[in-house]
Design a protein around this ligand. Structure first.
Ligand code: ATP
Ligand code: MG
Length: 574
């Protein structure tokens, strides 16, 4: 491709709204342009990368025995009502109405549509197992669309759904997809980790996420420093490093703590460690008030809480609700003598704890000597806290560490959640009707592009892993006064294309400095410069990743570039 022929405009300025480097670079390198919040045009360079990612995904899915289909984006509300997700999915589900006033959803995921398809076709165990996938546009009305295509409202996903005769078959399908995902992300040239995850709105019994490791990632991962355990903190079960010590309970007392608000301030003022504090948080769970009591140094894991309560909407209670329940303004709630609170859930960080400090249910007041079971009765004691660095690994007891990542894939064991709700059954060998056992498997194709940049860039721009780079080589004729250099670039361009190398020829009438800067910005793995060495029949070849430069004799150039491409591909796919 010639630069002048494609639509490629690079930008010097960082777009004001782009918070993360991948978003900045995708706009500056001319990969995407915004249409509206969470909606993007993919420009030619960006689209080429997406197609490459898609191809890797498709090749590996096909190799794993999955078969490609294409389902409609628009699906009738009735299907979503069958599984209860028309309500459960909440505001993230884009809903539209047709001219006959019928409700439809723009698919955020396709369990209902695919289960409907399979129940209409599959009759017998002989038709199973089957794993169907598509690579298509998804819609989610994200509460905070951000980071460019990383969290968009319209994005490209590969979604696959497996249907098996029994648990053992479903287990095998799941394992196969997990292996396939490892191959896919490896082939994309990414550094990643598979971690235990919360199944979220998709549901099911077990799921793993594939995380691209990056300091700017939205996801927080707790991994064991010794064994293989790794989990999204939404799911992780860190065991406490320092359980409470036995002590004699003392009477409860109110103390004036005027001006002390945070856990740290109150603990310092009362000269106790933060682990003595019992934070009391009030939540509105589908309209009911629920209190969560947790140790002062821990945070509530709202995903665990929401899963436990099994509600559609969970939010922190409003100041009015808090005043009504505790008689005090925000910040002084204690777990005793509350009104209108349906449940008091106590995090297991406080199991066995005595003589705690909590809010006093009065402005500027705290209570000391607060004792569970004596001063308040927890409805239940359970794990509701976010894992922290230093917690003990639930598998081997070694300390956990915290890393950040970007979720690029998610695999789920669904069991019979959807097949039961929608009656997707088959007749087994004995002629008995059975529910299909399902799995589902998503990959954020467009998110991979952003994640790859988040992981591979420097101050000058993108450093594409070769397998997903829009082009493998960029050719820069930079000596306009030297017709020989220009002519050489042109013939090398033709020869490389003929040899199957993907090349971009910077045929713009621009200064060398600008071409070099732009080549670094768009991050093409190999840069060929046709300049002062052309007179000696030499071409300068520079690798974008290592910066290594070599002078290659004109007759050797095609073979040399092919060799470099192969080497870079091999490194990526291991
Ligand atoms: P997240 O926690 O980031 O919202 P999710 O758990 O909702 O993701 P899934 O339902 O598992 O995501 O979707 C499968 C894949 O689709 C994800 O692993 C991710 O790579 C991608 N994805 C999900 N939401 C978006 C989005 N808003 N924009 C781009 N890609 C997305
Ligand atoms: Mg989501």
């Amino acid at each position: 491709m010639r630069w002048n022929q494609t639509l490629l405009e690079t930008l010097k300025e960082i777009p004001a709204e782009a918070e993360v480097v991948s978003h900045q670079l995708m706009v500056r390198a001319g990969l995407i342009r915004k249409v509206a919040a969470g909606l993007y045009n993919y420009l030619p360079l960006g689209w080429r990368t997406l197609r490459k990612i898609e191809n890797i995904v498709r090749e590996e899915m096909d190799a794993a025995g999955a078969v490609e289909v294409q389902l409609p984006i628009l699906s009738p509300a009735e299907l979503w009502q069958e599984t209860g997700r028309w309500e459960k999915y909440g505001a993230e589900l884009f809903r539209v109405r047709d001219r006959h006033e019928r409700d439809f959803a723009l698919g955020p995921t396709h369990e209902e549509v695919i289960t409907d398809l399979v129940r209409k076709i599959v009759r017998s165990y002989r038709q199973l197992p089957v794993n169907l996938y598509q690579i298509h546009t998804k819609f989610r009305d994200e509460i905070r669309p951000r980071f460019g295509v990383m969290r968009a409202r319209e994005f490209i996903m590969k979604d696959a759904y497996s249907f098996d005769r029994d648990e053992a078959g479903a287990e095998a399908s799941y394992a196969k997809m997990s292996q396939t995902y490892h191959r896919i992300f490896k082939r994309c040239g990414l550094r990643f980790k598979a971690v235990e995850a919360d199944p979220g709105a998709i549901g099911g019994s077990f799921s793993s996420e594939f995380m691209v490791l990056a300091a700017t990632g939205e996801e927080v991962i707790a991994s064991c420093t010794q064994c293989k355990y790794a989990a999204n903190v939404e799911k992780a079960q860190g065991r406490l490093a320092d359980p409470p010590k036995a002590e004699k309970p003392v009477p409860r007392q109110l103390v004036d703590t005027q001006g002390k608000h945070t856990v740290e301030e109150v603990a310092a003022f009362l000269k106790v460690p933060t682990t003595r504090l019992a934070k009391t948080l009030l939540y509105d769970a589908d309209g009911e008030l629920v209190a969560v009591v947790i140790r002062g140094d821990r945070e509530v894991n709202e995903i665990k809480l929401k899963n436990h309560l099994d509600v559609n909407a969970l939010t922190l209670a409003t100041p009015e609700q808090i005043q009504g329940a505790t008689g005090a303004p925000v910040g002084f709630a204690g777990p005793f003598n509350m009104k209108g609170v349906e449940k008091i859930l106590m995090d297991d960080s406080l199991e066995g704890a005595v003589n705690l400090v909590s809010g006093g249910n009065r402005a500027d007041t705290h209570a000391t000597g607060v004792n569970p079971d004596r001063d308040f009765k927890p409805t239940q004691v359970l794990d509701l806290s976010l894992a922290q660095a230093g917690d003990h690994c639930p598998q081997c007891g070694a300390p956990l560490e915290i890393e950040r990542g970007i979720e690029v894939g998610h695999v789920f064991k669904l069991g019979t959640k959807y097949s039961q709700a929608m009656r997707a059954t088959f007749l087994d060998e004995a002629g008995q009707e059975q529910f299909c056992v399902m799995g589902c498997y998503g990959i954020g194709v467009s998110r991979i592009a952003a994640a790859a940049i988040e992981q591979n860039h420097d101050e000058h721009g993108i450093i594409w892993p070769l397998p997903i780079a829009p082009y493998q080589a960029v050719l820069l004729p930079v000596a306009p006064k030297d017709p020989q250099a220009g002519a050489m670039a042109e013939t090398v361009y033709q020869e490389l294309r003929a040899a199957g190398v993907e090349v971009l020829l910077d045929d713009r009438d621009e200064r060398a400095g600008i071409k070099f800067k732009d080549a670094d910005l768009i991050g093409i793995p190999l840069r060929l410069t046709f300049g002062k060495h052309a007179a000696e029949n030499l071409i300068e070849v520079k690798r974008r990743d290592t910066g290594a430069v070599e002078l290659v004799p004109r007759p050797d150039i095609v073979v040399r570039i092919q060799t470099l491409c192969r080497e870079m591909l091999d490194v990526a796919s291991g």
